[in-house]
Write a protein that binds this ligand. Sequence first.
Ligand code: ATP
Ligand code: MG
Length: 149
Amino acid sequence: EWFSFTQLCHEVIDQLRDFAEGHIIMDDRAKAEVEGFPDEIRSILTNLLTNALKYGGGKDVTLKIHTSMKGLKVSVIDQGDGIPAEHINRITERFYRVDESRESEIGGSGLGLAIVKHALEHHDATLQIDSVVGEGSTFSFVIPTYRVR
Ligand code: ATP
Ligand code: MG
């Protein structure tokens, strides 16, 4: 199913407004449509943006969308505490949380990224995680089938 990715992004951002101190800034150059499962893409964006707001230290979050040779590249960028390298390979496991004492205050069950990973596989996409402790994290993926209109 083809649908407007740009419109879906705006809907998700609207729903997350007032969720936390930080704001979500959308950085896109063109309106895009993608082929896939809209409910799953919605879940991916909601989970990644909610994480960025929860763990982003109250700072602004950027949702960046740009075209690349391989497809539509989507990045969720925060300016939070980052994730220590030894945890990065494990945070997409079910129930895995980096710091249980810190995270239990923030709330959540450790399932969000496992859902994201699964939904991305359904779109022939993989989650890339880049993080620098003390500076922030970027979660990105590429949707192979898209068109600009
Ligand atoms: P849930 O999403 O089920 O409500 P959760 O947010 O704890 O709970 P995940 O979304 O799977 O679960 O994330 C797993 C863990 O990865 C988090 O508990 C946190 O430790 C770490 N994490 C995820 N996103 C970020 C981020 N943007 N910055 C820092 N740490 C993060
Ligand atoms: Mg989460």
